[in-house]
Design a protein around this ligand. Structure first.
Ligand code: 13P
Ligand code: SF4
Length: 304
């Protein structure tokens, strides 16, 4: 079907159903274009919780829709592709985490939002890539268990001066960026600044001028007087970077920086999900209440 017609049908049906269309910063351009709100995983979940719409269509991956369902249980949360999962979130389960907690009984468990509801429910507090250092610093605990991203965890550990036990998970997309690729891009564009997501390995972060979440990248690109940026994160971020900064140049330094799961969702999937009102994401109430506590503790940490 013609793309423009599909977009119109989605917008019309979303209006009829009183649905809010959310798109993560890594979604395909045409999806970001029709979304009511684009943003990082946490901002989108919070938007889901605050909206007066009845239905949330979450164009992203499973854990993000689950976070929306945890924060807004009274709403219908739809994930257009149920198979859009985050491999890193699935690298830890509740049982594995319970075992590791047994090894470090005095440690406070800090879990990245890229995790399942069951794992959040087993945790003390959540964090995102934009507030992770702040969250860990805010804790009285001197010993923490950081789950599931080893790269984000090492980045946190290098800033907080606490004993950090690290779960060995990683994002396959960010973890495959190579030092040679960044050095080549920097040599080809000596006037560019390099911004990197903390899911990149430590040797990549060591080369970065600025380390931040996806939302942090929009802010940095807009505020910086620099005209050129090498972007160390998933390439879907280019859509808004270029739209908001038409005079600036953005370069993705590695062909590996595409998350296949983030690219699964199509306009056809969104239309079909609004027509059938499925797949719907729900979280079992006992798990939801515990997971919500971990998210609420994070949201209560003052921003710096
Ligand atoms: P953000 O929390 O910055 O949206 O990142 C989510 C993600 O999946 C990064 O790979
Ligand atoms: Fe998960 Fe990485 Fe894809 Fe983000 S980019 S959804 S962390 S696999």
């Amino acid at each position: 079907m013609d793309q423009e017609l599909l977009k119109k049908q989605i917008k019309d049906l979303a209006k009829e159903r009183n649905a809010l269309l959310l798109a993560h910063n890594y979604q395909r351009d045409e999806i970001q274009e029709i979304a009511d709100i684009t943003g990082d995983s946490l901002a989108l979940s919070m938007a889901a919780a605050q909206t007066d719409k009845d239905i949330i269509v979450f164009c992203g991956v499973h854990f993000m829709a689950e976070s929306a369902a945890i924060l807004a249980p009274e709403k219908t949360v739809l994930l257009p592709r149920e198979d859009a999962v985050c491999p890193m979130a699935d690298m830890v389960d509740a049982e594995g985490l319970r075992k590791m907690k047994g090894q470090y009984p005095d440690a406070t468990v800090v879990t990245y939002v890229n995790s399942t509801a069951e794992v959040k429910a087993e945790s003390d507090i959540c964090c995102t890539s934009s507030n992770a250092i702040n969250v860990v610093r805010s804790l009285d605990a001197e010993e923490v268990l950081l789950v599931p991203d080893r790269n984000l965890a090492q980045y946190i550990a290098s800033h907080v001066g606490k004993t950090c036990h690290i779960w060995e998970g990683y994002c396959p997309t960010h973890d495959r960026v190579k030092v040679e690729e960044i050095k080549k891009a920097l040599a080809e564009h000596p006037d560019a600044l390099f911004m990197a997501h903390p899911e990149c390995p430590p040797e990549i972060l060591a080369l970065a001028d600025h380390i931040c979440s996806t939302s942090g990248m929009y802010e940095y690109a807009q505020k910086s007087p620099a005209q050129k940026f090498i972007v160390g994160t998933e390439q879907g971020i280019l859509y808004r970077l270029r739209k908001e900064n038409p005079e600036k140049t953005f370069i993705i330094p590695s062909r590996g920086l595409i998350c296949p799961n983030m690219k699964l969702t199509s306009l056809e999937d969104i239309l079909s999900c609004l027509e059938t009102m499925s797949p719907r994401i729900t979280v079992e109430e006992n798990v939801r209440r515990k997971a919500r506590l971990s998210l609420d503790r994070m949201l209560a940490v003052p921003r710096d």
